[in-house]
Design a binder for this molecule. Structure first.
Ligand code: FES
Length: 125
């Protein structure tokens, strides 16, 4: 058994779903509870149109609120762009960079994500 077949045991890794359940344009939302202000905290896990995994904190860089504003709609016109539903900031899924909006030039907080034995794992540190 290679290292890639063993579940991660260091840090705060959580199983997300089988890799074959992720497809471009459909996010998994991993809840991390609530922050000190009582705001729900979660991580968005998805896959780009090219099949690359990504995981970002579900938190706009403009104001401390979830990207979707509670709507459940995270995409900005295509499967490789996340959109903040409050003021329309757009973020590339490839690197989390904000290309448009009041927080242009900033990055979403990235989380480590990996596949082990066809299972997607997320680091919540
Ligand atoms: S709260 Fe997200 S762009 Fe303003």
């Amino acid at each position: 058994m290679s290292d890639d077949e063993h579940p991660p045991v260091e840090g705060s890794w959580r199983p997300v779903c089988p890799r074959n359940e992720l497809r471009a344009g459909a996010l998994r939302q991993v809840s991390l509870g609530r922050n000190d202000m009582g705001i729900p905290v979660s991580v968005l896990v998805g896959v780009s149109a090219r099949g690359e995994l990504f995981a970002y904190a579900n938190l706009c860089k403009h104001l401390p609120i979830p990207l979707d504003g509670g709507s459940g709609d995270f995409f900005g016109g295509d499967v490789d762009t996340l959109r903040c539903g409050t003021h329309g900031a757009l973020y590339r899924v490839s690197d989390g960079f904000c290309t448009r909006g009041p927080c242009r030039g900033t990055f979403l907080r990235r989380h480590l994500v990996r596949v082990v034995a066809d299972q997607v794992w997320l680091c919540v540190d």
